[in-house]
Design a protein around this ligand. Structure first.
Ligand SMILES: [Zn+2]
Length: 672
């Protein structure tokens, strides 16, 4: 099931999703994996090829993967640990274990029980399908959509809770665009041959899924409705503009936008507390929604609901649903050849639905107090370095500088796992009921979100689970968040040379800190409010510098004829550039009298850059590369290496690159 929580403003560093056992690295003095290097490549020509050539050649993408890199390998390692925890919990059964262990064990065992799931077949959808069939007028749509949203069926739009952009200490309801089966609104409107073919394949997929539920036709209807919804939806670039997705609206105003949808019964259906105002991210989308509802027959709306029901539930249904779902979303869209083994999928779903119960057990094994202490120390060093950087910026005036420092000092650090674990007491998990468990877990999370509305924002909550190989900055909370899952080798290894930890975890930390000051983050103040604290001249100076990144990255090719979208990736590219620079400066400051020592034939600076480069080694299938370039705000890993380092004179110096080498830019970009 898809989560209904809206976290689109969390600026995330996805390092992606992930097999295979770790190859033991070649022996080294520093802890560097020398086998990943291609010493035949020239670091001044293509540093990614130099740092990762061994990976490119020797680490083929497993059949069940769309991409395979250092981060994916770590994710697999984390998943293997979670599997051990879950198998033990599943065996413990009802006796002896604490309530949470029973819940994660029962959830996992139910998910793993493929014979039982297959035995029930499509019949598990009958209760929900009957509700759709019973819909006798458009008036009944709102309560049914409310019920479906609660259990994770993403029809028509999204609804959740988020801090008010302009009053960030209070949580408000948020109604957002949604209801699409393709990854982004542009998928419905691009007219190149590949996009046209993909839509044809999508319609065939929708048709086969509907067929599995007993419906003979309707796929064209689904495409027609989704295309109409997509018309007024914003694309990924425009959604990066906070002002474009903030419209404080009263329920009466929302009702006026969408007269045919009964919001009073929707709010009642989702169990929302009294709402005096909410963020309707895109009013035009909701006007368009009204148009869709009034111009579509009830039978067609029912087909659309049927599609989203089966689409959202597919992962925990019987084999024909799982296979068909994978054929489109796994193979056609991302190029994966085989379904992931069932245990990996069930680990992933348990993490998704009971993440903090499972995460608590993970942290006990994988993230001790020393790791937390070490990370915190590094975060503080990087904050000090960023402070020095801000103080020394030639393009910024003192008025803005003073505000930037206020914001920097207010950033809160969350490391490893939540201080207060989520209480899953109200969530019922029933052994043998995989779909029911998934629906109840969605309802638990949806209600948890509804309960936040109208209350003060609780900044201690996490938007990622502890085993996640990722990190994020939340501009509405002004905090950086580093799950235990990424604070593992090779990103962080207490036994390795410091250069590698600064090049790995240090660059991740620097990246997230810099997000507070990228083109999006800089629009929020120290308290998380969307509020302009820049002088006009400084704003202009920032934009000029940012445009350098837009132009540079727009020149990179992601795959075939698809270029990197310099505007979509601007915030991430700026965060990479600033984050890597402050990680290097902090590393050099930490060296003391060790400076100059050579290990494995590399100077300290060189080891930092190799460590940074190797944290990005990845092989990826062209289908996934294309999808990411069209939807994801992060640049492809090779440009996160070559783009960033070719802008750094420190890199050119460390590898003695000539001024005209490809890894040395005459017009280097720099904001921070
Ligand atoms: Zn990021």
């Amino acid at each position: 099931m898809k989560r209904v929580v809206i976290t689109f403003l969390a600026v995330v560093l996805p390092i992606a999703t992930v097999l295979a056992q770790t190859q033991p690295g070649a022996r080294s003095e520093s802890g560097l994996d020398l086998a990943l290097l291609d010493k035949g490549a020239d670091p001044c020509v293509d540093f990614y090829a130099y740092a990762c050539g061994g990976w490119t050649r020797n680490e083929p993408i497993p059949a069940d993967r769309a991409a395979w890199g250092v981060a994916e390998r770590l994710q697999e390692q984390n998943e293997t640990r979670l599997r051990t925890i879950l198998e033990a919990a599943a065996k413990t059964g009802a006796s002896g274990a604490d309530q949470e262990t029973r819940k994660i064990g029962d959830y996992y065992a139910s998910c793993m029980d493929e014979p039982a799931i297959n035995g029930r077949g499509a019949a598990v959808l009958d209760p929900a399908l009957k509700k759709i069939a019973a819909l006798s007028s458009v008036r009944g749509l709102a309560p049914l959509v409310a019920e479906f949203h609660t259990i994770g069926v993403g029809a028509f739009f999204s609804f959740g809770a988020e801090a008010d952009f302009k009053q960030a200490d209070v949580v408000r309801a948020i109604a957002d665009q949604g209801g699409l089966g393709l990854p982004d609104r542009d998928y419905y409107y691009r007219d190149d041959a590949k996009s046209v073919e993909l839509r044809k394949q999508y319609v065939e997929h929708v048709g086969r899924m509907l067929g599995l539920t007993g419906a003979k036709t309707g796929a064209d209807t689904v495409l027609k409705i989704e295309t109409a919804l997509a018309k007024d939806a914003l694309d990924a670039v425009h959604r990066r503009d906070p002002a474009a997705i903030y419209h404080r609206t009263t329920p009466a105003e929302l009702q006026a936008l969408t007269p045919s949808f009964d919001w009073t019964s929707y709010f009642k259906g989702i169990g929302a507390p009294p709402i005096d105002a909410l963020n309707v991210t895109e009013p035009d989308f909701f006007k368009g929604l009204n148009q869709v509802i009034t111009s579509t027959s009830l039978d067609d709306l029912k087909i659309y609901l049927r599609w989203h029901l089966v689409h959202s539930s597919a992962a925990v249904l019987s084999e024909p649903f799982v296979k068909e779902n994978f054929a489109f979303y796994g193979t056609t869209l991302t190029g994966a050849k085989e379904l992931r083994p069932r245990w990996k999928r069930c680990v992933q779903y348990t993490d998704g639905d009971l993440g903090e119960a499972l995460g608590k057990a993970f942290v006990k094994e994988a993230f001790g107090p020393a790791a937390k202490e070490d990370t915190l120390k590094m975060v503080r060093e990087l904050e000090t370095t960023l402070e020095d950087d801000i103080k020394g910026l030639s393009w910024m005036t003192d008025a803005t500088r003073a505000q930037a420092l206020v914001k920097l000092h207010a950033i809160a650090n969350k490391i490893g796992y939540p201080d207060k674990w989520r209480d899953y007491g109200a969530l019922q998990i029933v052994r043998g009921d995989a779909l029911g468990n998934s629906q109840r877990a969605n309802a638990f999370e949806f209600h948890r979100q509804m309960n936040r509305i109208g209350k003060p924002l609780d900044k201690s909550e996490w938007e990622m689970t502890p085993p996640t190989v990722n990190a994020y900055y939340n501009p509405l909370q002004n905090n950086v968040n580093f799950p235990a899952g990424i604070l593992q080798p090779p990103f962080y290894n207490p036994k390795a040379d410091a250069a590698l930890n600064y090049g790995g975890a240090g660059a991740v930390i620097g990246h997230e800190l810099t997000h507070g000051f990228d083109d999006q983050g800089r629009q929020f103040d120290a308290a998380g409010n969307l509020k302009d604290w820049w002088t006009e001249a400084d704003s202009k100076a920032f934009d000029q510098r940012a445009q350098c990144f837009v132009d540079q990255y727009s020149g990179f090719t992601a795959v075939d004829d698809v270029k990197v979208n310099g505007k979509l990736t601007l915030g991430e590219n700026a965060a990479d550039a600033g984050g890597t620079r402050i990680a290097l400066v902090a590393y050099l400051a930490s060296l003391g009298d060790q400076r100059g020592k050579t290990l494995d034939g590399f100077s300290p600076e060189q080891r930092f850059f190799v460590g940074y480069g190797q944290s990005w080694c990845q092989n990826i299938r062209p289908e996934r590369e294309r999808m990411l370039a069209q939807t994801n705000p992060h640049s492809p890993p090779r440009y996160r290496v070559n783009g960033v380092l070719s802008n750094m004179p420190e890199f050119a110096k460390a590898f003695s690159c000539k001024a005209d080498a490809p890894m040395v830019r005459a017009n280097a970009c720099r904001v921070w």
